[in-house]
Design a binder for this molecule. Structure first.
Ligand code: BEZ
Length: 205
């Protein structure tokens, strides 16, 4: 399998975390590409018309995107057991994944506003609204993280990845002071091999 990815992308990292959890990481050839919303890549566009990473090209030549689809495919193929099959725990895991992905969506949109958009067109109200989204989501996770207990599933893995992304791109964000329970959980959960082995290089201790 061939994965279009970028080492800084939390969505691409989620795919690799799941691949590690499922014992499939060695079967994935990673193709790193630099990408912004206005910097298309023709090879990627062939396999994902949306031009987004991650995209996974299977051995039969067909492709899968986005991270949620790829992660569930790998879990099924590798029997990872990261998706509770029924009941409340399934919807909780999927909702936590959505919350974590939403944190990354907002953090990336706020980042692109300052990095990619021409200076004269930047809108601080937009940036602030995106930051408020991820701050509200972090506060909600702080309230529910006592329920995480020892759960390792697509929800808790996605939350850990989102927190690492905030550390990576928003080093000044004092989320640990605002969310002490979440911080304590993150510091323990982050020791999993799948998370340590996929940490963006700039964040490694
Ligand atoms: C980043 O550099 O933060 C980034 C790169 C690719 C996708 C998402 C984020």
């Amino acid at each position: 399998m061939k994965l279009f990815f970028n080492p800084a992308s939390p969505y691409a990292r989620k795919v690799m975390v799941v691949a590690h959890e499922c014992g499939l990481a060695e079967q994935i050839e990673r193709i790193a590409i630099g990408l912004t919303p206005v910097n298309p890549n023709d090879d990627l566009n062939t396999d994902n018309p949306l031009g987004k990473i991650p995209a996974l090209v299977l051995d039969n030549g067909s492709s899968l995107y986005d991270s949620r689809v790829i992660a569930e495919y790998l879990d099924t193929r590798g029997e990872g057991g990261l998706y509770p099959q029924a009941g409340d725990s399934r919807w909780q895991a999927l909702r936590r994944q959505a919350c974590a992905d939403g944190i990354c969506d907002a953090a990336i949109l706020a980042r692109y506003e300052g990095l990619v958009r021409p200076e004269e067109k930047r809108w601080s109200g937009w940036t602030d609204a995106q930051k408020n989204k991820f701050r509200r989501a972090l506060a909600a996770l702080e309230a529910e993280c006592p329920e995480f207990a020892d759960t390792t599933d697509i929800g808790t893995l996605s939350v850990a990845i989102a927190l690492d992304y905030i550390d990576f791109r928003y080093a000044d964000e004092a989320w640990r002071e605002a969310c002490p329970s979440l911080a304590a959980w993150h510091s323990e959960f982050g020791n999993r091999d799948s998370l340590r082995n996929t940490m963006p290089a700039d964040l490694k201790a």
